[in-house]
Design a protein around this ligand. Structure first.
Ligand code: MG
Length: 301
């Protein structure tokens, strides 16, 4: 009995010993180490986040915080191409993603699909003209009806439709970006890795995915979620506080992004981490504090 116990425990010990170095190696290869050391944190604000009454004032404010990306809504974007291009001239701020703004939805069973195709393509064309990295879309919110059923046929249909959209986006110099949400908003697509798999199966370099730290409450690991998408598919990131979707830092201890940041650094992620959030306190205080917090956690990651 003693001998058996000994054998079992030494076998377990040997297994642990054999596993430990391999696990450590797998978690950070020399290539990942190099990427970690050099990957910068590119912060971005949605237009409504920045202080200021005009776009110019908002951009001035962002520059004062070292925020280098701008995300705008897609609605009416075609009419804003010159305004945005002129406003960004000579600044250290680039366009990042365009947040939705289309009518209808891609999985609609009725005329809303035509509405989606028409308005989404208008936004994609405008996105290309302002140098955006992609137009964010959700396949179907829970409440949107009539919606194709959640079946294998629908997934195949989604991939086929996304392929066409992705190829169109590439011609325009941009992409379409699938955003997974949480189950209360979009049961159809909740996980970053699943969005990446759909992007892969759409078989177009114009189809990408993103992660939103708020919705990533669905994930078992921020680190694994971003790594699963990988650099080929991960095109954008949204961030908010993790308790109430306020500004990062406003939910105290909950606002820990280090695990996800570590994955972004190891991937050598070159996209933006974009504020999509509300604000509980005075934005003039809370926003600079959030920028500082995220830079500190990026360093720690
Ligand atoms: Mg989002």
């Amino acid at each position: 009995m003693q001998r058996r116990k000994f054998l079992l425990s030494s076998a377990a010990g040997a297994a642990t010993a054999a596993l430990a170095p391999a696990t450590l190696l797998a978690s950070c290869t020399p290539k990942q180490q190099a990427a970690k050391a050099t990957t910068p944190l590119n912060l971005c604000f949605q237009e409504g986040i920045a202080l200021g009454n005009t776009l110019q004032e908002k951009l001035d404010y962002m520059e004062s915080l070292g925020v280098t990306g701008l995300e705008v809504g897609g609605r009416g974007l075609a009419g804003r191409v010159d305004e945005i291009n002129n406003a960004l001239k000579g600044r250290n701020i680039r366009m990042s993603a365009i947040c939705a703004g289309f009518d209808g939805f891609i999985l609609a069973e009725d005329g809303q699909k035509d509405d989606f195709d028409r308005t989404m393509r208008e936004i994609i064309e405008a996105a290309g003209k302002i140098g955006s990295c992609g137009v964010i879309m959700v396949p179907a919110f829970n409440g949107q009806q009539p919606c194709r059923p959640h079946t294998m046929d629908t997934r195949n249909y989604l991939c086929e439709q996304l392929h066409n959209l992705g190829e169109f986006a590439l011609q325009c110099g941009t992409t379409v970006i699938l955003e997974p949400l949480n189950r209360a908003e979009c049961f159809y697509l909740r996980l970053v890795g699943d969005a990446a798999a759909i992007a892969r199966d759409a078989d177009s370099k114009g189809v990408k995915c993103m992660g939103d730290f708020w919705h990533m409450q669905e994930e078992t690991s921020d680190y694994a979620a971003f790594l699963a998408a990988g650099k080929d598919y991960l095109q954008h990131v949204h961030i908010a506080s993790r308790g109430r979707r306020k500004t990062p830092g406003e939910d105290g201890e909950k606002d820990n992004y280090i695990d996800g940041f570590r994955a972004l650094k190891e991937l050598g992620y070159e996209g933006f981490v974009s504020f999509e959030c509300g604000c509980e306190g005075d934005p003039a205080t809370v926003l600079p504090a959030a920028v500082e917090l995220l830079r500190k956690q990026w360093e720690e990651a």
